[in-house]
Ligand binder design. Structure first.
Ligand code: FAD
Ligand code: NAI
Length: 468
């Protein structure tokens, strides 16, 4: 065995690299193993970062086409240079993945490039791309191997014409007709990007609504807005197969409950029906760690697996598959290993969909409160009545605050509007401190800002919204 570490982390995504940084800060001798050539995981390489780079650039392109003229900015000769747009995306990815590499060095974390496999309690084998293997000793092993796209039976992914998020973020030309399977987060974000760049987009969704998990009122309004932006939705519909013809794809769909088949033409199909934990070749069986039927690594609480000294975090364990959740898991498990009180509040992990307008929420939905028999009061404020939104001509959406009917504690906040992905941070802090809606209502917010809509919605809980 070449080296013995206090902690060996398998997987260099947001879970793994944040765990490594915190371990380094806490003085633990740490190694991180990543099989990709770059650190950063799904998030930095084929997820959050490249998707946001394309969302940002495509939003400018769409604004230049559809919004600039009304503000007195006349543009002529506007042209898409997709290669350059992809290059700026690659540049963002490169800068950030190199940044993570620097952070490993800064925190004295040893980085092994290769595939990690647990070969026994306290033992990990790393095999590099040339097949050369070496064994590392580990007082603690942290599994942070993340997730991979779920695929549909009988549908072959080639990452050229039938793609997952990986291919969807690197298409070489704008498809004329694009079919997305799944109206979840990837479906809406990628659908927005390619629709703005000129594709005719159809989103096929099995359920009768988009964005499962979001507040029902927001899901309904968002669907209308996205339809107005050119996304066509086929709800309560399932895909039964894809025929790959020479010049096009034929996507066969039928009603979710069965019925007549219809064929949709497409140049590209994006499959975005959720993700599943990635544990292939990890050697869980060598130590007897199990997974549930969705492949989620079983933990017994506080990131512990049934094997002493083996921990698991991020997308490969239960909970929302989000980068910030994985990051928080990573820091908390490092603290637990170091004998501190690592903790994550899973009730307050925010969700953001980076469409235009953005959608953001944290805490309970109305349905969850009703199902739990909790009595609540609601305050709501539309961006149409917010002065900054009006000034910017970006008035879609609203803020909805749900507060306990007796104690006034804020239990959930649901927002749709420009910039709400940034504004949700204020709510997370307030809810961490168990704020009452009145605390927010009586907190001075700068004028004119979009965040005043939050304050007005909070005032609405007690019926004293002032600006509507
Ligand atoms: P990952 O990021 O998946 O990292 C795991 C790493 O482990 C991978 O790099 C993998 O190569 C490596 N690995 C696996 N097995 C081994 C092994 N045996 N040996 C060595 N290495 C191994 N989340 C957000 O919060 N905000 C967003 O805006 C957002 N956008 C997204 C957009 C897309 C298109 C996608 C697909 C996801 C997005 N996500 C977003 C989700 C986010 O990317 C994940 O939740 C996050 O990356 C999970 O972090 P992780 O560290 O658990 O796993
Ligand atoms: P998702 O779970 O968000 O959405 C999947 C959608 O596909 C659901 O609406 C589901 O009902 C539908 N579906 C499932 N099976 C289907 C079928 N056979 N036919 C038609 N529809 C079907 O998953 P998605 O969009 O693939 O994203 C994966 C995960 O990545 C997300 O859950 C999220 O955790 C993460 N992510 C987060 C982002 C963010 O935070 N902004 C952005 C992108 C991804």
């Amino acid at each position: 065995m070449s080296e013995v570490y206090d902690v060996v982390i398998i997987g260099g995504g947001p879970g793994g690299y944040n765990c490594a940084i915190r371990c380094g800060q806490l003085g633990l001798k740490t190694a991180i193993i990543e099989m990709r050539s770059t650190l950063g995981g799904t998030c930095l390489n084929v997820g959050c970062i490249p998707s946001k780079a394309l969302l940002h650039a495509s939003e400018y392109y769409a604004a230049a086409q559809n919004e600039f003229a009304d503000m007195g900015i006349e543009v002529s000769g506007l042209k898409l240079n997709l290669e350059k747009m992809m290059a700026q995306k690659a540049d963002a990815v490169k800068g950030l993945t190199e940044g993570v590499k620097f952070l490993m060095k800064k925190n004295k974390v040893t980085h092994y490039e290769g595939k990690g496999k647990i070969v026994g309690k306290g033992e990990v084998e790393v095999t590099d791309s040339e097949g050369k293997a070496q064994k590392l000793g580990a007082k603690n092993i942290v599994i942070a191997t993340g997730s991979e796209p779920t695929t549909l039976p009988g549908i072959e992914i080639d990452e050229e014409r039938v793609v997952t998020n990986t291919g969807a973020l690197s298409l070489k030309e704008v498809p004329k007709k694009l079919v997305l399977i799944g109206a979840g987060v990837i479906g809406l974000e990628m659908g927005s990007v390619w629709s703005r760049l000129g594709s005719e987009v159809t989103v096929v969704e099995y359920l009768d609504h988009i964005m499962p998990g979001a507040d029902a009122e927001i899901s309904k309004q968002a669907q209308k807005i996205f339809k107005g932006q050119g996304l066509d939705f086929k709800l309560s519909t399932k895909v039964t197969g894809i025929e790959k013809l020479k010049t096009k794809l034929k996507v066969n769909v039928e009603p979710a409950q069965g019925g007549e088949t219809e064929a949709l033409d497409a140049d590209v199909v994006i499959v975005a029906i959720g993700r599943k934990p990635y544990t292939e070749g990890l050697g869980l069986e060598t130590v007897g760690i199990g997974t549930d039927k969705r492949g989620i690594i079983e933990t017994t609480g506080h990131f512990k697996t049934i094997v002493e000294g083996i921990w698991a975090i991020g997308d490969c364990v239960a909970g929302p598959m989000l980068a910030h959740k994985a990051e928080d898991d990573g820091a908390a498990v490092a603290e637990l290993i170091a004998g501190k009180a690592g903790h994550v509040n899973y009730d307050l992990v925010p969700s953001v969909v980076y469409t235009s307008p953005e959608i953001a929420w944290v805490g309970k939905t109305e349905k969850q409160l009703k199902d739990a028999g909790i009595k609540y009061k609601t305050g709501k404020f539309p961006f149409m009545a917010n002065s900054r939104a009006r000034t910017n001509h970006q008035t879609d959406g609203f803020v909805k605050i749900l507060a306990d009917a007796t104690t006034d504690e804020v239990l959930g906040v649901h927002m749709m509007g420009i910039g709400v992905g940034e504004m949700i941070g204020e709510i997370c802090v307030a809810m961490e401190f168990k704020a009452a809606s009145e605390d927010i209502a009586r907190t001075c917010h700068a004028h004119p800002t979009l965040s005043e809509a939050i304050r007005q919605a909070a005032m609405g809980v007690e019926g004293w919204t002032m600006q509507m």
